[in-house]
Design a protein around this ligand. Structure first.
Ligand SMILES: Nc1ncnc2c1ncn2[C@@H]1O[C@H](COP(=O)(O)OP(=O)(O)OP(=O)(O)O)[C@@H](O)[C@H]1O
Length: 313
């Protein structure tokens, strides 16, 4: 098995009396996407800052591409890319000039820098806007330029801090496709996001931080499976129909929960045959059923369940 690109062991970081991170351990393999989730103040930025050598850990160790972030910061910096909402794009100069400058700063010759800039402008759909000042770009173009800037040095690990915040759904989907493309070429991506759908879609593993602690970790599917099963939501015509259906289901030995607001009943589907039993029983409840949908647990459900247990800081 290849060595993980990121190996974090019992990491801690204190700012005076504030414990921003406590006893955090995690790994990320080559070509994996690690999602880091958590409320404001949970410790996400602190974790990324340490991995990107912008802050030193107080305790524990962190290795990126095999290099210790404390002792070998230079080697780490040469192998990572960082993009964030506050990325260092110069708004006064063009997208092309931003990329050229970065490439030159990273040691590329003029010719190599030009080639890399053109390649990235093309890959990120920015060729037409290449000579416009970055400050005139739309939100989506700006994020694509941020991402392109983070990739100039062909990093083995890319840190994406809330890459799609404020983007419309089409631009968000476009950015997801770009991330999927990077990963297929072996780049490891560490993603912080407040959109759980994004983590669900992109991440192979997620860690959920709360108050600087890892409160859950695993593949999205495993986390979702851990909090419960699929459920059927049955929409009835009115409250009277709901009461009738509750009686019918209870008679069939099926427990249902009425929604507190809408005329909807929810039934947990723990076993494969449960849906058939529900439909069969409800058939006897008559024509008041308007709709039946089966819902899968989402990462939102996991998140809500976790934060129900651990109070928001
Ligand atoms: N330089 C600093 N000095 C003092 N406290 C800090 C510093 N940086 C972070 N903290 C504190 O550490 C904790 C974790 O902050 P951090 O920024 O890592 O959280 P976050 O999950 O990234 O939050 P957000 O989503 O708001 O960016 C918070 O309590 C924060 O106030």
């Amino acid at each position: 098995m290849p060595r993980p690109r990121i190996e974090v062991t019992r990491l801690g970081k204190s700012y005076g009396p504030v414990a921003a991170l406590t006893d955090v351990s995690l790994t990320a393999a080559p070509g994996a996407v690690l999602g880091v989730l958590g409320h404001n103040g949970a410790g996400k930025t602190t974790l990324i800052d340490i991995l990107a050598t912008r802050a030193l850990p107080s305790t524990g160790t962190a290795r990126v591409c095999g290099f210790d972030v404390t002792r070998s910061g230079h080697q780490v910096r040469g192998r990572i890319g960082l993009t964030s909402q506050y990325a260092s794009v110069d708004e006064a100069v063009s997208g092309r000039a931003n990329l050229l400058l970065l490439a030159r700063l990273l040691g590329a010759s003029r010719r190599q820098a030009t080639a890399r800039a053109e390649e990235l402008l093309d890959a990120f759909g920015l060729t037409e806007a290449a000579d416009r000042a970055a400050g005139t770009y739309s939100g989506g173009m700006r994020r694509r330029l941020d991402l392109a800037c983070g990739l100039v040095g062909r990093p083995e690990v890319l840190f994406l801090d809330e890459p799609t915040t404020g983007l419309d759904p089409v631009s968000r989907a476009g950015l997801w496709a770009l991330v999927a493309g990077l990963v297929s070429h072996g780049t490891t991506v560490v993603l912080t996001t407040q959109y759980l759908e994004e983590a669900d879609r992109l991440a192979d593993e997620v860690v959920v931080l709360a108050g600087g602690h890892v409160v859950a970790a695993g593949a999205p599917a495993t986390l979702k499976a851990g909090i419960g099963s699929r459920a059927a939501a049955v929409r009835m015509s009115d409250e009277r129909a709901v009461r009738h259906a509750l009686g019918v289901l209870a008679y069939a030995g099926i427990r249902a929960t009425p929604d507190p607001v809408e005329p909807v009943l929810r039934v947990a589907l723990a076993r494969p045959g449960d849906i058939t039993a529900v439909v069969r029983a409800l058939d006897a409840a008559g024509p008041d059923i308007l709709d039946l949908t089966v819902t899968e647990p989402t990462l939102d459900d996991v998140y809500l369940a976790l934060h129900h247990e651990s109070p928001r800081p």
